[in-house]
Design a protein around this ligand. Structure first.
Ligand SMILES: [Zn+2]
Length: 476
């Protein structure tokens, strides 16, 4: 039986009381520019880790000091062989653990305290690291992705501690990573080294989005990713284009023809061997797509089939960078080579490795004029499909509905990739993984003017508080 402290109304009141403090602390975190990329001041990443560590250390939940219980900052080497220099060592992650009472599940709460670089400051309406509230949204880098996720966990845990007198039955793991935006390079190493501290039955990943401010989502599928660079070369050296243009192909010509071969006339990916996932999707109109993407008047959408199927379940390929002379520095030269960065999304149901092999075979078959193509800097992340039929998913859907004033949650796919989720799944295959989030379509994570809806933030805290309290009451 639900005691009065844990009724929906009481937990709603407790969340409302905690909310101003949570928002204030979120703003403190946003003021720390914890960009995890190489070349940025990594003392800021250490500072956000310290903040989270101090915060968890002050909680009665982690003060018991039993086997594997406590709060730690961990730092492990990157486990892939790519890169070097700063990439050889991962960034600070924070782990906290409290063991479960017999018969109760352990819940892991995951978020990340690092952020993307701010990018072009000119494109921001306010300083990315001086958070500002405008029209019910908090603007700043990391305001949504994913410092709000960190604060959802910390605030929900505070309320759980309050309603259980600091002594809940469920086990709790908090895992706040410090390099999600830099490819989670030491994640596999952290998982294997600290497996006993991290082991959990339910894993809540607060790093995704919602259908809208008024419709919550549980993310049940994620596309994988393949990124690589292609260096397309045709000549041993540059020459004057007036002398040789028209008789020999330059690197740009060969690259342009190769890139063109990646797409069909309607803009679908033309690479043979890429999987397409079939599953029903909610309706999503062209108007909504235009609104969310900023598609210019007269520019058509690409691909075919339901729009959300294209975004969630079909492969895509984007050219995200080209190294070539700038227009200002352009001279009349046939270019010997051009370097291109390719970012591919992989449909659920195919490994990133298989998709990469399909891409490689396509390149070998479609490179014009015998041009040389060197493929390098390969990064692979597997897609993920969640089993939404588990008991924890049912509790989460109920918590989302209650927190969103009765709105039915959507089981959603996401076009983006969170490769570490596939890694969590392989290390803890029996754990139920719940991918929740604080973003909405206006959040613009990774972009200028990233923002968080304060309404979504509030509801996300309440939903997680309800989930934890109900798991704690019911066991599993
Ligand atoms: Zn994130």
């Amino acid at each position: 039986m639900t005691d009065s402290l844990r009724s929906l109304d009481s937990l709603r009141d407790a969340t409302a009381a905690a909310f101003p403090g949570a928002l204030d602390e979120l703003m403190q975190l946003v003021r720390i520019p914890s960009v995890s990329w190489d070349g940025f001041d990594l003392t800021h990443v250490a500072a956000t880790a310290q903040h989270v560590h101090a915060r968890l250390s002050a909680s009665p939940l982690f003060a018991r000091g039993g086997d594997n219980e406590g709060v730690w900052i961990v730092r492990e080497p990157a486990s892939d062989s790519q890169g070097g220099g700063d990439t050889a060592m991962g960034r600070e992650a924070v782990i906290a653990r409290r063991n479960a009472a017999p018969g109760y599940p352990t819940v892991m709460l995951y978020a990340h305290h690092d952020v993307q670089p701010e990018g072009d400051l000119e494109l921001w309406d306010s300083n990315p690291f001086d958070p500002e509230i405008r029209d019910g949204r908090l603007y700043g880098r990391g305001a949504a992705d994913d410092k709000a996720g960190v604060m959802v966990h910390l605030t929900a845990l505070d309320t759980l501690a309050a309603v259980t007198a600091g002594n809940p039955n469920i086990g709790i793991v908090v895992f706040i990573e410090g390099e999600e935006e830099f490819g989670s390079k030491s994640f596999p190493q952290i998982l294997s080294r600290w497996r006993d501290r991290l082991a959990a039955d339910v894993i809540v990943v607060a790093d995704s989005d919602n259908r809208s401010v008024d419709i919550p989502s549980l993310t049940v599928s994620l596309r994988g990713n393949v990124t690589c660079t292609l260096t397309v070369s045709t000549l041993a050296h540059a020459s004057h284009s007036g002398m040789l243009g028209g008789a020999v192909p330059d690197g740009m010509m060969a690259a342009v023809r190769l890139l063109d071969s990646f797409y069909t006339a309607d803009g679908s990916v033309a690479i043979a061997g890429l999987h397409r996932h079939e599953a029903p999707v909610p309706d999503f109109t062209l108007d909504e797509l235009q609104h969310d993407s900023g598609l210019l008047p007269g520019v058509s959408d690409i691909g075919s089939g339901p729009i959300l199927s294209r975004l969630w379940f079909q492969p895509s390929l984007t050219v995200t960078g080209i190294d070539a002379p700038t227009v200002m520095n352009a001279s009349n030269t046939v270019l010997p080579s051009v370097r291109v960065k390719v970012s591919m999304r992989v449909a659920p149901g195919q490994t990133a490795q298989a998709a990469f092999e399909a891409l490689s075979a396509h390149i070998a078959a479609h490179t014009p004029w015998g041009a040389h193509v060197d493929i390098a800097d390969v990064d692979l992340g597997n897609p993920f499909l969640v089993d939404a039929s588990g008991s924890a998913a049912a509790l989460e859907l109920e918590a989302l509905r209650d927190a969103w004033d009765g709105a039915d949650p959507v089981c959603a796919g996401v076009g983006g990739s969170i490769p570490f989720i596939a890694q969590l799944n392989s290390v803890f295959p029996d754990a139920q993984i719940l991918v929740t989030g604080v973003e909405d379509p206006e959040s613009r994570a990774h972009s200028p003017n990233e923002s968080l809806s304060l309404v979504v933030f509030h509801r996300a805290i309440l939903a997680e508080t309800l989930l934890l309290s109900r798991l704690d009451e019911r066991g599993e």
